[in-house]
Design a binder for this molecule. Structure first.
Ligand SMILES: Nc1ncnc2c1ncn2[C@@H]1O[C@H](COP(=O)(O)OP(=O)(O)OP(=O)(O)O)[C@@H](O)[C@H]1O
Ligand SMILES: [Mg+2]
Length: 223
């Protein structure tokens, strides 16, 4: 099962949701979980050192036909049962995008992909849009604000559901978001200083805030 997290506007909380989801899934899956990072911040959010190898960028641009074995070699241990495929440096080539999607879908572990921002006016890597469009669960991470919702409406990609950041003081509700986008809000993630502090300290994998794991439980149980 591949869950692809993406946003229509930068700074929505996509990387935090993707990383926390991978951590939550790792606690219930005997083989742990895999987080594939196409956006570039997952190692920092999980508190991993910068990748020593070429990561996904190198795998995607491999001149020889890459395979599952070489993809496995690109994984690093992120702690808490999460294995990370770091983005690495350089552009994300699309030539092996379909193979990457197939390998991730076929992986025995639950797989979370951080596809980054795919909104209108962005020029996202083709491979990120391909994974978000083809995933068994395509999840739009959204803050309940007018600008973010406007970007989501203008994005051609349709998610299976929305992960809503529950920010206090916002006028838009989950019901408004579901009505405008025509897809369900699958869970509401609290926006709390404790989550931001855990992210800043690189402690998400080792000490996932309970409020986050509780909020993401419906998604983790459905995976
Ligand atoms: N649930 C939360 N509670 C508090 N702060 C949060 C939460 N989720 C994200 N943040 C903070 O919001 C900021 C943006 O989060 P994040 O990097 O996950 O967004 P993003 O959508 O991946 O951004 P980008 O477009 O740069 O990839 C970070 O500083 C993070 O610590
Ligand atoms: Mg990000």
């Amino acid at each position: 099962m591949m869950l692809a997290c993406w946003s229509a506007k930068g700074g929505s909380g996509t990387t935090v949701v993707a990383a926390a989801l991978a951590c939550a899934l790792a606690t219930t899956s005997p083989g742990g979980s895999l987080l594939a990072d196409l956006a570039g911040d997952a190692d920092a959010v999980l508190g991993c050192p910068p990748p020593a190898g070429g990561g996904l960028a190198a795998w995607l641009s491999s001149p020889a036909a890459p395979d599952a074995t070489s993809l496995g070699r690109a994984e690093v241990d992120a702690g808490g049962g999460v294995r990370l495929l770091p983005r690495g440096h350089g552009a994300l080539d699309s030539r092996h995008g379909a193979l990457l999607a197939a390998l991730l879908e076929a992986d025995g572990r639950p797989v979370v992909v951080d596809c980054g921002t795919l909104g209108p006016g962005e020029a996202p890597p083709e491979v990120a849009a391909e994974l978000a469009g083809g995933a068994s669960r395509s999840l739009l991470v959204l803050r309940p604000c007018f600008l973010a919702l406007r970007h989501a409406v203008m994005t051609p990609l349709r998610p299976a559901g929305v992960v809503l950041l529950a920010e206090p003081g916002r006028a838009l509700t989950a019901r408004d978001v579901a009505a405008v986008l025509g897809v369900p809000v699958l869970c509401e993630v609290p926006v709390e200083p404790g989550v931001a502090r855990a992210v800043d300290a690189g402690l998400l994998a080792s000490r996932l805030p309970r409020s986050l794991s509780r909020a993401l439980r419906p998604l983790a149980e459905a995976a």
